[in-house]
Design a protein around this ligand. Structure first.
Ligand SMILES: Nc1ncnc2c1ncn2[C@@H]1O[C@H](COP(=O)(O)OP(=O)(O)OP(=O)(O)O)[C@@H](O)[C@H]1O
Ligand SMILES: [Mg+2]
Length: 368
């Protein structure tokens, strides 16, 4: 999977841009605020149809414009060339593959698998459970079309259940039978999502400690998947929902389910959130991301695109050298940085440097 050409039209601070990439390594450099993250954000949006930044997506469209377009020519693993495009307007978005409109986003986002590492991810361990669930959802939905569909249905059923709980409080003559139907449906879809998340976490744990050790020379890292559905069959879950009913009615919402799932990072069995240093937490997230990369590669039989945004400002030299040793030549990598001096420490071949200055490519250079 290689992004060969990227074209931007009114995306963030890029008015028009057309750029060819190296199939292996692309180093995007420039001063602060010139548009390095915006450039890799456009690649992410092309693949996932959403930004990784926690913003209203209207800001992706250049100020004073009403439409942004990102287009990418992709060489897939069968060596076929396809053109992907996403159109963003203030009203919504539209995606196309080879100029044919794709109606279901869930069908589109399995096409360009991508793993992103951004400074904000480093806060993942300290952040709310919602952030960690998002990471799970993005990773899994990139190889499993049904996962995102099931998740969408789950959310819809939960919404119906929550509004029915409120109705039951107002009018006690309402039947509980309908609530039971909604609970059964919720359990059915919840279990499917739980199974996929569990498989993902199990894979991560098979590789996490080893990768963490390769980066830091330290051991003892693992993650724990915390879920109300853990070790539960349908009968047990029904009982648990029954036990929770009074609380559900009081709050007018569903208190148990996969929407409360969480991941815990442990180092030597201590919670990294409470015990870990900033550095330990960052390294753990990097190891987790590299596991995600390995997971997708194993599932898909080809390497996803890897984006490393600004890691040089976050990690020390030794860790970065160790990370580079783990990157294989079959994947296409995009790196952003303000300084190129790391090139003196790492022996790289076959790469391209791209200098950005305020929304424009200032200089491009290919290295054999
Ligand atoms: N919708 C938009 N229209 C025009 N310009 C925008 C828009 N959104 C963001 N910008 C501009 O993009 C710039 C920030 O770009 P970006 O975050 O890519 O910088 P960067 O090169 O990654 O910087 P750093 O090195 O600090 O991470 C800002 O100058 C901002 O004003
Ligand atoms: Mg940036």
């Amino acid at each position: 999977m290689k992004l060969q050409v990227l074209k931007l039209h009114h995306f963030r601070n890029y008015d028009q841009l057309s750029i060819m990439f190296n199939p292996h390594l692309n180093i995007i450099y420039g001063k602060n605020g010139v548009g390095k993250t915006n450039l890799i954000e456009s690649i992410y949006v092309l693949a996932i149809t959403r930004t990784f930044r926690n913003v209203n997506e209207k800001v992706l469209i250049s100020i004073n414009s009403s439409l942004a377009k990102v287009e990418g020519k992709i060489l897939n693993e069968k060596r076929q060339e396809d053109t992907y495009s996403i159109y963003l307007t203030k009203e919504g978005k539209k995606v196309k593959i080879n100029n044919n409109k794709v109606i279901k986003i869930s069908d589109y986002i399995t096409k360009i698998p991508i793993v992103l590492f951004n400074p904000d991810d480093l806060k993942m361990i300290k952040d709310t459970p919602n952030t960690r669930r998002k990471q799970l959802n993005i990773a899994i939905s990139q190889y499993n079309v049904n996962y995102l569909k099931d998740l969408t249905i789950y959310k819809k059923i939960m919404k119906q259940r929550n509004s029915y709980l409120k109705k039951l409080v107002v009018n006690s003559n309402q039947s509980f039978d309908y609530l039971d139907i909604l609970t059964d449906k919720l359990i059915n879809y919840g279990l499917k999502i739980f199974e996929e998340r569990k498989k993902f976490v199990d894979f991560i744990n098979e590789n996490l400690e080893n990768l963490y050790e390769n980066i830091t020379n330290l051991s003892g890292l693992k993650i724990v998947y915390k879920s109300d559905y853990d070790n539960c069959d349908v009968t047990k879950l029904k009982k648990n929902y029954q036990k929770m009913l009074q609380k559900d009615l009081t709050f007018g919402k569903t208190n148990i389910g996969i929407h409360t799932d969480d991941l815990e990072f442990l180092i030597d069995d201590n919670n990294l959130k409470d015990y870990g240093s900033e550095g330990q937490q960052k390294n753990a997230v990097v190891a987790f991301k590299l596991c995600e990369l390995l997971f997708l590669k194993t599932k898909l039989n080809f390497a996803p695109i890897l984006i490393l945004d600004d890691i040089f400002s976050e990690l020390d030299k030794e860790k970065i050298q160790n990370i580079f040793k783990l990157l294989t030549s079959d994947m296409q990598i995009f790196i952003t940085t303000t300084e190129l001096d790391f090139l003196n420490d790492i022996n790289l071949k076959n790469y391209k440097t791209i200098e950005i200055s305020s929304g424009k490519v200032e200089k491009e250079r290919d290295y054999e």
